[in-house]
Design a protein around this ligand. Structure first.
Ligand SMILES: NC(=O)c1ccc[n+]([C@@H]2O[C@H](COP(=O)([O-])OP(=O)(O)OC[C@H]3O[C@@H](n4cnc5c(N)ncnc54)[C@H](O)[C@@H]3O)[C@@H](O)[C@H]2O)c1
Ligand SMILES: N[C@@H](CCC=O)C(=O)O
Length: 515
């Protein structure tokens, strides 16, 4: 019998033994850099002429791996393999499918620092962020495994004399998983194992910036006993095979995590019924955020400053949950701003392989260019009070940047920058602060810092976000504790890591038998 779920503990890097274990894992990974990684289709390895070169964002010239790139032909082969494998996988018992996840979690746990080291090298994550990403991947497997066991007999319904009724959950078919680079392990793994454990087969298309860690995860699933064809590894261009597989008449379920524009496009395309398609596609889309930390005049101001800085600059602001807006009551605005600027100036930026570096690089040249453009926009729209510079000579490094006195409707207050850029707006009172917090098209996360109970209740009612936190940062949701997903244009609010998530991957079947 499985123990009750509790989340994977984070590594304490203040302990010397943990630091040296992590440094050893980094060395181990560094010795493996530059290798080739094939597609995995129906359990077979396949190298392609066209490839994706995954590079270290902290050191552009360092190749992490060269990964096969699926075109339409390979995407079709993968679809055929997944469709064929579905016929047997759907009959495997829920317990057996759950056990596969529990075994995979155990394998990752034994190699935890090694996986985190891949994230440091491939995604530019500082140690703590990489460790949290790996812990979350383990959590998704442990949590969804248990959730599937809890759902294996469906839900109770009424029966009558001579009539036995059941309400069961059944898989849908072939699922297309499209994952982002920013939680290159956790979200990629979570959105692969949720369809898997519910009895679907999967086409995994990871982000092109981080395909190596995804390949390593497919190896783990195989080691844990994954049958051929149940998960097919098909990295490739979003616009080429992404569109092809989204449109494919055999795709039954799409689980996408990424930007607003790609998510909306995919949502619209998936609605179109293709020739030969005999079902409507299910679509889970989890998209961007423009998240706010609200500070009330009655608040612990040091806590407020810490929460703002952690929310804005953890992993260089490259989280959908990043608190890129601080909205502060005018009575305490100057003091909070001053504390935030002081904390921001003390943050270290550098090579993420170095222990204790707070911020590494942003992911690539395109992200660097976009963020630096937003910093220029910010200089026109508001008052630069910290940071503002970047250096892309060797890697893509940008200083943590703070703008003060931004108009709530300014572009830097409205558009997702996805980098280390924080904007401050002043609010007349708490009421106006909540209005500003709600004034974007997004509704993902938010935090309120206050000691006033009435205002806590007011925010619970009126702050319109999927994940609302009080007296803490607005990032760092934990699987099984803080189910994650947003309102409005942040997505379908599917709540990854929550009790309603797996059901979205299944169809409920009513069975009524007379006897
Ligand atoms: N809400 C959440 O849970 C959540 C979590 C993580 C990231 N995000 C969001 O993700 C974004 C950052 O990630 P990103 O840069 O990887 O996003 P992205 O939209 O550029 O890419 C996401 C995935 O979609 C693929 N893709 C691109 N074009 C496609 C197409 N036409 N058809 C199908 N697939 C296509 C990409 O290759 C990648 O695998 C941010 O907006 C962030 O807020 C949201
Ligand atoms: N679940 C993560 C964010 C995922 C998106 O980037 C958090 O809560 O910080």
């Amino acid at each position: 019998m499985l123990q009750a779920y509790s989340h994977e503990p984070f590594t304490d890097f203040a302990i010397e033994e943990n630091r040296s274990a992590f440094a050893a894992a980094l060395q181990k990974v560094e010795a493996q850099l530059g290798a080739d990684y094939p597609l995995v289709i129906g359990g077979k390895r396949l190298m392609t002429a066209e490839t994706i070169t995954s590079c270290n964002p902290a050191n552009k010239s360092e190749v992490i791996g060269v990964v096969a790139k699926a075109g339409k032909e390979q995407a079709e082969q993968a679809m055929e393999a997944a469709d064929a494998a579905f016929q047997s996988w759907r009959k495997v018992s829920p317990e057996e499918r759950a056990n596969l996840l529990i075994r995979a979690a155990a394998i990752v746990r034994r190699r935890k620092h090694e996986f985190s080291a891949w994230l440091v090298k491939e995604a530019g994550k500082p140690w703590k962020e990489a460790d949290a990403d790996t812990a979350e991947a383990i959590d998704f497997m442990e949590y969804y495994g248990r959730q599937m066991i809890a759902l294996k007999d469906g839900k109770p319904v009424n029966s009558r004399a001579g009539e036995h009724n059941r309400y069961l959950y059944t898989p849908t078919g072939v699922c297309l998983t499209i994952s982002p680079w920013n939680f290159a392990f956790a979200i990629m793994a979570g959105t692969t194992v949720a369809p898997l454990v519910t009895g679907n087969t999967v086409l995994l298309k990871p982000a092109s910036a981080t395909p190596v860690v995804a390949y390593k995860f497919v190896e783990v699933l195989e080691e844990a006993g994954l049958p051929p064809g149940v998960v097919n590894f098909v990295p490739g261009s979003g616009s080429e095979i992404g569109d092809y597989l989204v449109d494919h008449p055999k795709t039954t379920l799409i689980t996408f995590t990424g930007s607003r524009d790609v998510g909306v496009r995919l949502y619209e395309r998936a609605a179109a019924v293709q020739p030969g398609q005999q079902h409507l596609k299910r679509v889970i889309v989890e998209m961007g955020g423009k998240d706010t930390v609200v500070v009330d005049k009655e608040a612990d101001l040091e806590l407020a400053a810490q929460a703002i800085v952690t929310s804005a600059f953890g992993f260089s602001g490259q989280k959908c949950s990043a608190g890129s807006r601080a909205v502060v009551d005018q009575a305490v605005y100057d003091e909070v701003l001053e504390r935030v600027v002081a904390l921001t100036k003390a943050l270290s930026v550098g090579e993420p392989t170095t222990a204790d570096v707070y911020m590494g690089p942003v992911i690539d040249q395109a992200a660097y260019t976009k963020i630096m453009e937003y910093i220029e926009i910010g200089k026109q729209e508001a008052r630069l009070v910290a940071g503002g510079s970047g250096d892309n000579a060797d890697g893509f490094f940008i200083e943590p940047t703070v703008f003060a006195d931004a108009d709530p409707k300014a572009r830097i207050m409205q558009e997702e920058i996805f980098g280390p850029v924080l904007a401050f707006s002043k609010a007349r009172d708490f009421e106006e602060a909540l209005d500003i917090a709600n004034n974007t098209e997004y509704g993902l996360t938010g935090a309120v810092i206050t000691t006033n109970r009435e205002r806590i209740e007011q925010a619970k009612r009126d702050f319109h976000v999927g994940n609302l936190y009080f007296n803490r940062n607005c990032t760092g949701a934990i699987v099984g504790y803080h189910p994650f997903g947003g309102f409005k244009m942040s997505g379908t609010d599917s709540k990854a890591g929550g009790p309603d998530y797996l059901i979205l991957h299944m169809q409920a079947k009513t069975i009524s038998e007379m006897y």
